[in-house]
Design a protein around this ligand. Structure first.
Ligand SMILES: Cc1cc2nc3c(=O)[nH]c(=O)nc-3n(C[C@H](O)[C@H](O)[C@H](O)COP(=O)(O)O)c2cc1C
Length: 217
């Protein structure tokens, strides 16, 4: 399979040689180990380190996936922010379960998280909203995320309208904007190895206790 454009998708491959992962290294708690890997990814200057694929289930039962940014991780789970009226917002109300995937290319690592999803509290959403740059706060008002719009001008007009409206005061958090928390039930750490003989250690909850197992690559 070759391409007339000078590239060949089928022949694109990388052998992963950097590291390995064993059961002992991962400890007993996947959140703690996630933070450890996140620290290593920070040191390795992984590009877009907090970008993760978020997969949801549509109201029609079909999957939808897109990238969002991880904004917090704690014992309760993995938090991201969005428009609650968006496609993903509606999906998560209808089916409050999601999967997250990180790919940290520079370290040849993947992390997969699956779990139940809850909206975070209004107070938490307000606290984060207020930390965002002004342009992003206006943008949250200006964009009816995931709705069809006739043209780009509508967005620009909305942006101007809300800039003017909030010019003398505080920009409040829109009621339709806020965070979701994915409460992990499964977390898998994947380390690329040579010849596709990768390491996969999966944590899963068994009556509220984290257990782990090795999966074949
Ligand atoms: C690097 C990157 C980061 C993004 N971060 C977010 C985010 O944190 N929240 C968000 O709502 N959309 C984010 N987006 C946009 C989403 O991928 C998506 O286009 C948007 O949320 C609408 O998705 P939906 O129609 O499936 O709800 C990001 C996109 C990229 C490429």
């Amino acid at each position: 399979m070759s391409s007339s454009h000078g590239y060949n998708i089928a022949n694109t491959r990388t052998d992963y040689l950097q590291s390995s992962l064993d059961e002992e290294k991962t400890g007993d708690n996947p959140i703690a180990f996630f933070k450890h890997w996140y620290g290593e990814a920070t040191n390795a200057m992984v590009n877009e380190i907090n970008a993760m694929t978020l997969a949801t289930i549509g109201e029609d039962g079909k999957p939808h996936a897109r990238i969002v940014l991880l904004k917090a991780v704690d014992d309760d789970g993995f938090v991201f922010f969005t428009n609650y009226n968006s496609r993903k917002g509606k999906d998560l109300v209808a089916h409050p379960h999601a999967a997250l995937v990180f790919f940290w290319n520079e370290l040849e690592r993947q992390v997969k998280i699956e779990g139940r999803v809850e909206k975070i509290s209004e107070e938490e959403s307000i606290a984060y909203f207020e930390s965002r740059p002004e342009g992003s706060r206006i943008g949250a008002w200006a964009s009816p995320q995931s709705s069809e719009i006739e043209n780009r001008d509508i967005l620009e007009e909305n942006y101007q309208y809300y800039s003017e409206k909030f010019k003398d005061g505080k920009i409040p958090k829109p009621p339709h904007w806020g965070g979701f928390r994915v409460i992990a039930e499964k977390v898998e750490f994947w380390q690329g190895r040579s010849s596709r003989m990768h390491d996969r250690i999966q944590f899963f909850l068994d009556r509220s206790i984290w257990k782990k197992r090795r999966l074949a690559p």
